[in-house]
Design a protein. Structure first.
Length: 248
């Protein structure tokens, strides 16, 4: 008589917990606020990939601290933080984010700030970590509205990645992208809605966006060089946000 094999039940992830891809920038900080407003337990993950603006890793903890000071009710929800070594990206990438070169448009129509495979690797590593931690939601600040045409920020890419990760690990991951269809002004407004003016000011003061990694100049929207594409986008978004009646 043939022996029946036991069928293993698939692992179940906790849908009340979230892992936020957290760089220390404005977008990821807003996503962290969004997650803290919705989930019972939130953890953060960052990546060292040899980025030129490595200072973003230095501000991550100050950003977390400032956000908790702005909205004390979130303290009980905020859990572990981890930074993973993804240095292989810096090794194989020839981009202005991983090399000392001028930021410009490439012949393929993409800015040379595009690091091929970056978000795909980040999501894979985050999912592996979330799997071990039993976390069902992964939150990222990718966006199709205010972006530079990066193909790994498109909604179609994220949906395909969600399916691939769920199938590949035999669990039900949900990839949340709260900024997918909003511009930078609306991102600032989202932060204000979630944590009030105190959260906006914390993000102005502590988050880092500048591609060149500069924090020696203070503008009304925060620190940076003031001229790189990331600074320009942040500055214009902040100006539009304030012009819409969101006065500090």
């Amino acid at each position: 008589m043939a022996r029946r094999l036991a069928v293993k039940s698939p692992m179940t992830l906790d849908a009340t917990k979230a892992l936020v891809l957290f760089s220390g920038g404005q977008d990821s900080a807003t996503c962290l606020a969004w997650a803290l407003d919705r989930f019972s337990h939130v953890e953060t993950i960052g990546f060292d990939y040899g980025q030129r603006h490595l200072v973003e890793l230095d501000v991550r903890q100050p950003v977390r601290d400032a956000m908790m000071a702005a909205v004390p009710a979130w303290k009980s929800k905020l859990g572990n933080d981890v930074v993973l070594n993804a240095g292989v990206l810096g090794t194989i990438s020839e981009t202005s984010l991983t090399r000392d070169m001028e930021i410009k448009m490439g012949e393929d129509g993409l800015p040379n700030t595009f690091v091929p495979g970056r978000n795909l690797l980040f999501f894979t590593l985050a999912a592996a970590y979330a799997y071990r931690r039993g976390i069902g939601h992964i939150v990222a600040g990718v966006c199709e509205t205010d972006y530079s045409g990066y193909p790994d920020c498109r909604n179609d890419t994220i949906k395909a990645m969600e399916q691939a990760l769920s199938l590949g690990m035999d669990v039900n991951f949900i990839l949340d992208t709260p900024l997918m269809w909003v511009d930078k002004a609306a991102t600032w407004a989202m932060a204000q809605d979630l944590g009030g003016e105190a959260l906006v000011e914390a993000m102005v003061e502590e988050t880092h966006t500048c591609y060149l990694g500069q924090r020696d100049q203070r503008f009304d929207w925060g620190y940076g060089c003031g001229t790189c594409p990331a600074c320009d986008l942040r500055a214009k978004g902040y100006a539009k946000f304030r012009a819409q009646g969101n006065l500090s």
